[in-house]
Design a protein around this ligand. Sequence first.
Ligand code: 13P
Length: 254
Amino acid sequence: MRVPIIAGNWKMNKTVSEAIDLVRELRRLVIDVEKVEIVVCPPFVALSSVAEALSGTKIKVGAQNVYFEEKGAYTGEVSAAMLAGLGEYVIIGHSERRQYFGETDESVNQKVKAALAHGLKPIVCVGENLKQYEANETGAVVSLQIKSGLVGLTVEQLKSIVIAYEPIWAIGTGKAATGAGANSVVSINIRGPLSELFGESIAQATRVQYGGSVTPGNIAEFMAMPEIDGALVGGASLKANDFAEIIKATAKAK
Ligand code: 13P
């Protein structure tokens, strides 16, 4: 029922010409893949070139951030209206944005609403840090992020949302969560609050990705989990071969 979705978050990597090279290679490698939605999220400056290089393919484009205001004197920011023609998805509330750029559940909520108002599909990131994980606070942290980040949305709007569960201690560390651990957080602390807020049927229909040190070597473990519908991939999405392997393994597993 839920179409698996693999997205590559390139973070602050790749010049425009490197970005074009990467997606040209990727498009060749995944040409035969069916049943998996594929998204690449390059930096803002490469969005338009990447979209052009991918036109006519099934690979979709997303941004890594968006500002919630419509327009105006917000130096350095990019609005949802500006992104609307360039990509279909936008990552919102990534832990690096929360950690280094002061994003909060409240700004995440504003950004989600702005994105939806312009027809963009948000990939909303949630996840606990190491201290919270060690203090057994994962459940409370993640449910609160879900509830506050998505407050005020309609069931109809929720249909355009993808959630990414990314434990911060697993990001870029080479220490991924276990499939079973992530599956349980998704089931209890993500679908649980979604069901409370929006009802069981949309909670079951919403796609939830796992993110954090996903590689060709461990993707099968995550995709074997019934509650996990794909992955948000950082480092491994910068190499066409690795990203293609992850996509193919997902097609095989789901
Ligand atoms: P890594 O796959 O590099 O751990 O990054 C995960 C991530 O933050 C994706 O958004």
